[in-house]
Design a protein around this ligand. Structure first.
Ligand code: 5AD
Length: 355
């Protein structure tokens, strides 16, 4: 185990068998060492900086039927909503005034937002806030559509692969294809987006071997952003009675991602905060360097229930900005409100390994 961790730290790579061995056999002592090496690696590129983003959940309509997600089409217990372009701009404006310089626009796969509308939203955001970065997280689109939105000003795109195992992926996502998911990620990268992906930890029937495949997929695509969070059952889905993913396993995965992709931007996910009270700050202490503040209007926040418990985090963005920054400062981290592009890291060799 010691040699494996050292190899992961020095080469930023492991084989599938090595990852599987690590995931299955790591004990408390080596877990501490894994977390130490991951933290050291993050500090080497990002020092103690944590970037802030503003998240706008602009529609909870979705044509898909993902078995774990509360926004799935068949869920009749959701009150569906869409924000208008003006409402989206107002959310950006409130975030901009707080100092945020990245807006993440997320929605279900909602056909109402045609290519033309998405292009218009991107142009208007970039016109009004030229010094801010725009991230879309809106699911699968054609290559041509991704390209038009990119040309209209979108800088980044988040599309989690959810699970790298074709059988598990297709079992959880009726009528969707794993190959198309990968093709979308490839297209996003080749168009020039800073691309993000990621997976869910603790999905029913997920094995350590599948998690090893998830980790390798992220490494092979060489992503600039990686989101990993625990599975949380949602009461109106077919997986409502399944157990949540563990925060310990999620933290181990985050640390491995940090070591496989040292410069990647990793958010401390909301799902981590839902499964464990200290989840998000532990995520930051170990590997994460991004926090997303929810800028959606209160009425929308309450309806964007992808998993249970999410609506309990209903502090206003301003309140959470203050409390999050003080908690970070107490732990020795500093908030960085700049755009925080992937290439903005700077290597600092003060953080070196000592055995
Ligand atoms: N538990 C954990 N994560 C979920 N997501 C959706 N539903 C759940 C759930 N029940 C994640 C997916 C999606 C992201 C926006 O939220 O990974 O990509």
């Amino acid at each position: 185990m010691k040699n494996l961790l050292l190899k992961l730290y020095t080469t930023n790579a492991l084989t599938k068998d090595e990852l599987l061995y690590l995931l299955t056999n790591i004990d408390e002592e080596y877990e501490k060492e894994l977390f130490r090496l991951s933290d050291l690696t993050r500090r080497k590129y990002y020092s103690n900086k944590v970037y802030f983003r503003g998240l706008i959940e602009f529609s909870n309509h979705c044509r898909n039927t993902c078995k774990y997600c509360g926004l799935r089409t068949q869920n009749k217990n959701v009150e569906r909503y869409r924000l208008s372009t003006q409402e989206i701009l107002d959310c950006c404006d409130s975030g901009y005034k707080m100092g945020l310089r990245t807006f993440v626009l997320q929605s279900g796969e909602d056909g109402y937002f045609t290519e033309d509308i998405l292009v218009d939203i991107a142009k208007r955001i970039k016109d009004e806030f030229p010094d801010a970065a725009l991230t879309y997280s809106i699911g699968e689109k054609s290559e041509a559509c991704y390209e038009k939105i990119f040309n209209a000003g979108a800088d980044r795109f988040l599309l989690r692969h959810e699970s790298a195992n074709k059988k598990l992926y297709e079992g959880l996502h009726p009528n969707m294809s794993f190959e198309n998911r990968l093709k979308c990620l490839k297209n996003l990268k080749s168009i020039g987006y800073q691309a993000g992906s990621g997976f869910i930890v603790g999905l029913p029937n997920q094995t350590d071997e599948i998690i090893a495949e998830d980790l390798l997929l992220l490494k092979n695509i060489d992503l600039q952003m990686v989101g990993v969070g625990p599975f949380i059952p949602q009461s109106d889905t077919p997986l409502c009675d399944c157990e949540s993913g563990s925060s310990r396993k999620t933290l181990i995965c985050l640390a491995i991602v940090r070591l496989l992709l040292p410069k990647t931007l990793i958010p401390a996910t909301t799902a981590l905060a839902v499964v464990s009270k200290d989840g998000w700050i532990n995520g930051v202490k170990i590997a994460a360097n991004v926090i997303m503040l929810n800028l959606s209007p209160p009425s929308a926040k309450d309806k964007y229930r992808i998993y249970d418990g999410k609506n309990l985090l209903l502090d206003s963005a301003k309140q959470s900005l203050c409390s999050t920054i003080s908690k970070l400062n107490r732990e020795g981290f500093v908030a960085d409100m700049s755009k925080g592009n992937y290439p903005d890291w700077e290597r600092n060799d003060n953080y070196e390994y000592n055995a």
